[in-house]
Design a protein around this ligand. Structure first.
Ligand code: BES
Ligand code: MN
Ligand code: ZN
Length: 481
């Protein structure tokens, strides 16, 4: 999407953002009566379209609602207005849309554009027979008469869009295309020239470090695992903030094989890793004044003759041993070695891990909130706040000794699953056993948020890019604020 700031536009399709109950000044009778008769009231995302003829040419005007001015939700409503335009006109046949910037603040213009861009993202790479009338047509937005500073505000917002889009792309790609090595290659290509430093651990390096938990998951796959570390040093700090992502590029369950129905969803079991990679891109693109290390554990979980068995005991990099009761509880096995590695590498200001860790999380919170578990009140509050501000919402769940006991094992230091009850909590307890005392840590179980069955605020059905805006907002408010 090409976005230009202009003084005048000759585009036939025009859009105006309208506050609740306020018709645009100078609206003629046909327009105001048409809007009234269509019950257009300027509600957030509400859209009314009006064709009018004059001077030999027909013009097409869209009024989009932005709700009431002066509310806390104003920016989100502006995004919603932009998203409504994208949904309506993305494949409408129109190529150019002129957005009337008059009366909008610079950051409101940027929010409309962000909604427009995010909602129009789609991935048509594998569609070779898309009928012409379904092809995306809208390629350019001309913003007319925008306030001073709108272009600069958009520059910042477009860094966010890039990160979200990159995360969506990684999530959307199937398991035969995105596997550990190709994930690394794509991240390297996308982050090249941004200033993000990259380090990659291969199997030999991970063996030397004793990452028996992560490597055990990889045993059943012909795809070699990788650990990918991405560092953005936008400021001098000896204590970086660390984001860790689960990157299971496909999760069959392993020998504890999943049932066939819906297994294709497990291509997005790397949604945590995608969120971390996307965030690194955003931070670098907007030159965030923060020191952030992103680490993702990339593994494919497959069943074959080399796969680990239920009952196997593996030794993690921390030295703690794990009885693998269920090979489908693989995410925690990948993450625990990543957690140990980052704590050996740096002295983290805080660690936040993101993972599509448990189906139980979807049963608990549905698709409205990611779950957050934390050992630190300030970190939890900061993330909950960032969730509200960014729209990537979180809801806190408990940790505690009694839950922790549920993963004690008769043969090893712990087992990788507890009872069915509280499945998301025992998964979090497992991870906490790998976090050193005094390190602020939060675990975000985002199983219900990575993929959407229906269109939402600023996404179509499919990959949402959840997590990028959350982490970016956390960095803004906590590290740059
Ligand atoms: N990747 C899954 C969790 C998941 C399921 C995410 C559905 C998104 C949608 C994870 O690796 C898994 O299989 N978890 C098991 C844990 C169980 C064996 C304790 C689960 O949730 O069933
Ligand atoms: Mn699994
Ligand atoms: Zn998984």
């Amino acid at each position: 999407m090409d976005i230009q700031f202009v003084t005048a536009s000759s585009a036939r399709l025009q859009a105006r953002i309208v506050d609740a109950g306020a018709m645009p000044p100078g609206a003629d009778a046909a327009l105001s009566e048409g809007a009234r008769a269509s019950r257009f009231a300027g509600k957030p995302g509400q859209l009314f379209e009006h064709f009018s003829g004059g001077e030999g040419a027909v013009s097409r005007l869209a009024l989009v609602g932005a709700g009431e001015a002066g509310t806390k939700a104003r920016q989100r409503h502006m995004e919603q207005a932009g998203a409504a335009l994208a949904a309506k006109y993305g494949a409408s046949g129109e190529a150019v849309l002129a957005l009337d910037g008059a009366g909008l603040a610079a950051d409101e213009v940027a929010a409309v554009l962000l909604g427009l861009r995010l909602r129009s993202w789609r991935y048509d790479l594998y569609r070779t027979r898309l009928p012409d009338d379904q092809k995306p047509s809208l390629t350019r937005i001309e913003v007319v008469g925008a306030a001073d500073g709108a272009a600069a505000a958009w520059e910042q917002a477009s860094a966010v869009a890039e990160g979200v889009e990159f995360a969506r792309e990684l999530v959307t790609e199937p398991g035969n295309v995105i596997y550990p090595e190709s994930f690394v290659a794509r991240a390297q290509a996308r982050l090249a020239g941004t200033g993000v430093e990259i380090e990659v651990l291969d199997v030999a390096a991970m063996q030397a470090l004793g990452m028996g938990a992560l490597l055990g998951v990889a045993h059943g796959s012909i795809r070699a695992p990788r650990l990918l570390a991405m560092r953005w040093k936008g400021t001098k700090a000896d204590k970086p903030t660390v984001f860790v992502g689960k990157g299971v590029t496909f999760d069959t369950g392993g020998i504890s094989l999943k049932p066939p129905a819906g297994m294709e969803d497990m291509k997005w079991d790397m949604g945590g890793a995608a969120a971390v990679a996307g965030t690194m891109l955003t931070l670098a693109r907007r030159k965030a004044r923060a020191d952030v290390l992103g680490v993702v554990g990339l593994v494919e979980n497959m069943p074959d003759g080399g796969a680990q068995r239920p009952g196997d005991v593996v030794t993690s990099m921390s030295g703690q041993t794990i009885e693998v009761i269920n090979t489908d509880a693989e995410g925690r096995l990948v993450l625990c070695d990543c957690l140990t590695w980052v704590q050996k590498q740096v002295s983290p200001a805080a660690i936040v891990d993101l993972a599509t860790l448990t189906g139980a999380m979807i049963i608990t919170l549905g698709h409205e909130h990611g779950g957050i578990f934390a050992n630190d009140e300030d970190l939890a509050d900061a993330l909950l706040g960032a969730g509200k501000a960014s729209g990537d919402k979180l809801w806190r769940l408990p940790l505690g000794k009694a839950y922790d006991k549920l993963i004690d094992s008769p043969i090893a230091d712990m087992k990788n699953v507890g009872p069915r009850e509280g499945g998301s909590i025992t998964a979090a307890q497992f991870l906490q056993r790998f976090v050193e005392k005094g390190t602020p840590w939060a675990h975000l179980d985002i199983a219900g948020m990575v993929w959407a069955a229906k269109p939402g605020h600023s996404w179509d059905k499919g990959a949402t890019g959840y997590g990028v805006r959350l982490l970016d907002q956390y960095v803004r408010a906590t590290l740059e604020g």
